[in-house]
Design a binder for this molecule. Structure first.
Ligand code: NAD
Length: 371
C-alpha cells in the first residue's frame, strides 16, 4: 500500500502488455479539485516512485494554477531513441488500451518527455475519445505548446513581480537560459512589455549584447545556424556565464539545478522567474530570497502550459486561452507575493501553502475530510 498522507495516493495502476512488452504506470494522487491531470513521460529508466513524485507535484501545480484538475502522471518504460516511429506507436497505443478504464473519467493525459502532439493524437484515436488527451494537433481541436502559452505565462508572472517591486519594465534588462519553446516565447513577450533582453543561451553557449538583442534576427540565426552563438551581433560567452550577468531579471528556462550553492553568489538579478522545472534547489532559493531576490517558483511561473490544457478540454480557442492564462497567472502570482511578504519572502512556501489549502477546501467540500 502506498498511502503517503491525507492527500493520496488515490490510485496507482502498473500495467504490462504481454503482446508488445509495454510496461507503464499511471499514478493518480488527488482528484478533490477535478480529474487527475498530468503528462506521460517515456524514458527507459522510469520508476513508479518517480511517476508518483511527479503526480503529487501536479496536484499542487494544478491547484496553484486554480484550474479544476487534480494531480496525476504516467510513465512508459521505453527508450524512444531505439525505436522506429511505428514501434513507438504500438507501445503508445498499448499503454492507452491498458489505462482505458481511467481515461478520461479519472485521468487526462498530456505530453511530457519524448511525447508530442503525435502521440496525444494516437491515444485519443485508440480510445476513440478526443477528451482523452490534451496537447493534440490543432486539426483535432488541440492547443499545442507551439502557441507559446508557457512563455506567455512566465512573462505575466514576471510583470506582476515587477509591479510588486514598484519597478518600470522599460528600465529593466533580462537574460534567458534556453532558446527553445519556452525561451523564445519568453523573449518575445518580455520585449512586448518593454523589457530589454540582453542575453540568451542554448546548449552551445550564450550570446550577450548589453544594448539588447533583436528577437526577429535572433530567431533567424537560431533557425538557420541552429545556435544563438552564431549570431553576428553581441559577445559569445559560455553557457554558465549567463547566470552571473548584470541583469534585473534572470529566467532559467532549460535545465534543472543550474543555480546552486556554487554560483548563487554570482547572481545579480532582482527577479528570478523559473520557467524550467526545478532549476534551483530549495536551499539555494532560500539564499536568494534572504538576499531580497524575488523568486517566482517553477510551478507558478510555468503554469501557462497546464492552464492551456484545461482550456483545450473546454474547447476554447487560442484567444480565450491567452486571456485565461493571463488572468489566472496574474491573480495567483499576486496572491503568492502578498502571502510571501508575511513569511520572510519565501515564495515557494507561500505557493505550496496556498495550493494545499485549496486542495483541503475541496476535500472538505466533498466531505472527504472534516475541517
Ligand atoms: P525545448 O526542448 O523546446 O528547448 C530547450 C532549449 O534549451 C533549447 O534551446 C536547448 O538548446 C537549450 N539547452 C539545452 N541544454 C542547455 C544548456 N545546458 N544551457 C542552455 N541551454 C540549453 O524545451 P522547452 O519546452 O522550452 O522546455 C524548457 C524547460 O521548461 C524544461 O525544463 C521544461 O520541463 C520546462 N517546461 C516547459 C513547458 C512547455 O510548455 N514547453 C511547460 C512547463 C515547463
Amino acid at each position: 500500500m502506498r498511502k503517503e498522507d491525507e492527500f493520496g495516493f488515490e490510485k496507482i495502476v502498473e500495467v504490462y502488455d504481454q503482446k508488445t512488452g509495454m510496461q507503464g504506470v499511471c499514478a493518480i494522487h488527488n482528484t478533490a479539485r477535478g480529474l487527475g491531470k498530468g503528462g506521460i513521460r517515456m524514458v527507459p529508466d522510469i520508476t513508479t516512485e518517480e511517476v508518483m513524485g511527479l503526480a503529487k507535484a501536479m496536484t499542487w501545480k494544478n491547484a496553484m494554477a486554480d484550474i479544476p484538475f487534480g494531480g496525476a502522471k504516467s510513465g512508459i518504460k521505453a527508450d524512444s531513441k531505439k525505436m522506429t516511429p511505428e514501434q513507438k506507436e504500438i507501445i503508445v497505443r498499448a499503454f492507452a488500451r491498458k489505462i482505458a478504464e481511467l481515461v478520461p473519467h479519472q485521468y487526462i493525459a498530456g505530453p511530457d518527455m519524448n511525447m508530442t502532439e503525435k502521440e496525444m493524437a494516437e491515444i485519443a484515436d485508440e480510445l476513440k475519445n478526443p477528451k482523452a488527451t490534451t496537447g493534440k494537433p490543432t486539426e483535432m481541436g488541440g492547443l499545442p505548446h507551439e502557441l507559446g502559452s508557457t512563455g506567455y505565462g512566465v512573462v505575466v508572472a514576471t510583470k506582476v513581480a515587477i509591479e510588486h517591486l514598484g519597478l518600470e519594465p522599460n528600465s529593466l534588462t533580462a537574460s534567458i537560459e534556453g532558446f527553445g519553446n519556452v525561451g523564445t516565447f519568453t523573449m518575445k513577450f518580455l520585449n512586448e512589455i518593454g523589457v530589454k533582453v540582453v542575453a540568451v543561451s542554448d546548449s552551445k553557449g550564450t550570446i550577450y549584447d548589453e544594448n539588447g538583442l533583436d528577437y526577429e534576427t535572433l530567431m533567424k540565426t537560431k533557425s538557420e545556424k541552429r545556435t544563438v552563438t552564431a549570431h553576428d551581433k553581441g559577445k559569445v560567452l559560455g553557457k554558465k556565464e549567463l547566470f552571473g550577468l548584470p541583469v534585473d531579471i534572470l529566467v532559467p528556462g532549460a535545465r534543472p539545478n543550474v543555480i546552486t550553492s556554487e554560483n548563487v553568489g554570482n547572481i545579480k538579478a532582482k527577479i528570478v522567474s523559473e520557467a524550467a522545472n526545478l532549476p534551483i534547489p530549495y536551499e539555494t532559493e532560500l539564499v536568494l530570497m534572504k538576499r531580497g531576490v524575488t523568486v517566482i517558483p517553477d510551478f507558478v511561473a510555468n503554469a501557462g502550459g497546464v492552464i492551456s490544457s484545461w482550456c483545450e478540454t473546454e474547447g476554447w480557442d487560442p484567444d480565450k486561452m491567452f486571456k485565461i492564462v493571463e488572468e489566472k497567472i496574474r491573480n495567483n502570482t499576486k496572491t503568492m507575493l502578498e502571502h510571501a511578504d508575511k513569511i520572510e519572502k519565501d515564495t515557494r512556501k507561500a505557493a505550496l501553502e496556498i495550493a494545499k489549502q485549496r486542495v483541503v477546501d475541496a476535500m472538505v467540500e466533498k466531505e472527504w475530510v472534516k475541517r
